[in-house]
Design a protein around this ligand. Structure first.
Ligand SMILES: O=C(O)CCC(=O)C(=O)O
Ligand SMILES: [Fe+2]
Length: 319
């Protein structure tokens, strides 16, 4: 990754942030999904170490050539409980690590969740689940294909934050991030024209009945011709004709050529700009012994007004 895409806290900053997270974790009612707790998180997020706040602010302005920011040396509380191993795992208690990802996320934007995914919890666990090895989602441990998060959704998050609490046993697991700013350079003008046209569909999973009906065709490259956003999920986006299929294959190849692979360490927080970068994960071997790979995840949105009609009571959960 570009040096600009990595930010490392010094130990003083790590201690300051850990103390701030303890204060937030101890704030009543100690439940992440309660609006009063999240509101306290917004207040406290204004007090994260100044250098980190400045870097996050610059990242919000422009997420750089990698479309991602890796923040390192964040605090990870001692005495973590065993890694959860259940489907749909979420974090509802205001723990120290959940408070850390909340504080950083809230400096970037608003934390949101989907009622139909992970029961609408605002801090979610990404953990391997027995029997789900081959699942093409966060519960799996086989290779997870490159995707924009919730490509199908009109209100997909602007950023996905992934905070590593525990690495996998064999330190094999790689979070893979690939940026359209790098990939688009490798795509011919002819293919770009095809990819800018609504010749692709991404159907919502059946767990999103509210998005029923025929999915609208969409382009894979959106916005500025030279600096486009990407909207593609190479697991589930389907081309509508042969020319579109060939262009999509070449785009996938271009993304593969510029992929960055990160072996996240405990205390690493990767923030992916979900408009500019795809992410996925390599294969790894879970043991289901309570010490497996464990990430906290948040989804972050910049413009809450855009989704107001599907957020009851102006809350954080999208219907
Ligand atoms: O396990 C990972 O590193 C990423 C999984 C993923 O795509 C996600 O949680 O959104
Ligand atoms: Fe994902």
């Amino acid at each position: 990754m570009d040096a600009q895409s990595v930010f490392t806290l010094n130990d003083t900053e790590r201690h300051e942030l850990s103390a701030l997270a303890d204060v937030l974790a101890g704030t009543e009612p100690g439940k992440i999904d309660e609006e009063s707790w999240m509101s306290a998180g917004r207040d406290r997020s204004a007090s994260i170490p100044a250098r980190l706040a400045a870097r996050v602010r610059q990242f919000r302005h422009d997420s750089g050539v990698d479309g991602a920011l890796l923040i390192r040396n964040l605090p990870v509380a001692e005495g973590l409980p065993p890694t959860p191993a259940v489907l749909g795992s979420v974090e509802r208690e205001a723990t120290n690590p959940a408070s850390v990802i909340t504080l950083v996320s809230l400096q970037l934007g608003e934390i949101i969740a989907f009622r139909n995914e992970k029961s609408g919890a605002l801090v979610q666990n990404v953990v391997p689940v027995p029997g789900q090895e081959a699942a093409q989602n966060n519960a799996g441990s086989k290779r997870l294909g490159m995707h924009v998060e919730n490509t199908f959704h009109p209100n997909r998050p602007d950023y996905v934050a992934l905070f590593c609490l525990r690495a996998d046993h064999d330190r094999e697991a790689e979070l893979q991030i690939t940026s359209v700013r790098r990939a688009v350079e490798l795509v011919s003008d002819v293919d770009r024209k095809v990819l800018q046209q609504p010749r692709f569909v991404t159907a919502p999973p059946s767990s999103f009945p509210s998005l029923g009906g025929e999915p609208e065709p969409h382009a894979l490259l959106v916005g500025d011709v030279d600096d486009p956003d990407v909207r593609a999920d190479f697991i589930s986006t389907v081309p509508l004709d042969e020319e579109a299929a060939a262009a999509k294959d070449r785009l996938e190849q271009a993304f593969a050529e510029v992929v960055e692979s990160l072996k996240l360490e405990p205390g690493d927080l990767a923030i992916v700009d979900n408009r500019l970068a795809l992410h996925g994960r390599s294969f790894f071997k879970p043991r289901y012994d309570g010490q497996d790979r464990w990430l906290h995840r948040t989804f972050i949105q910049l413009d809450g007004r855009r989704s107001r009609a599907v957020r009851q009571g102006n809350g954080s959960v999208l219907d």
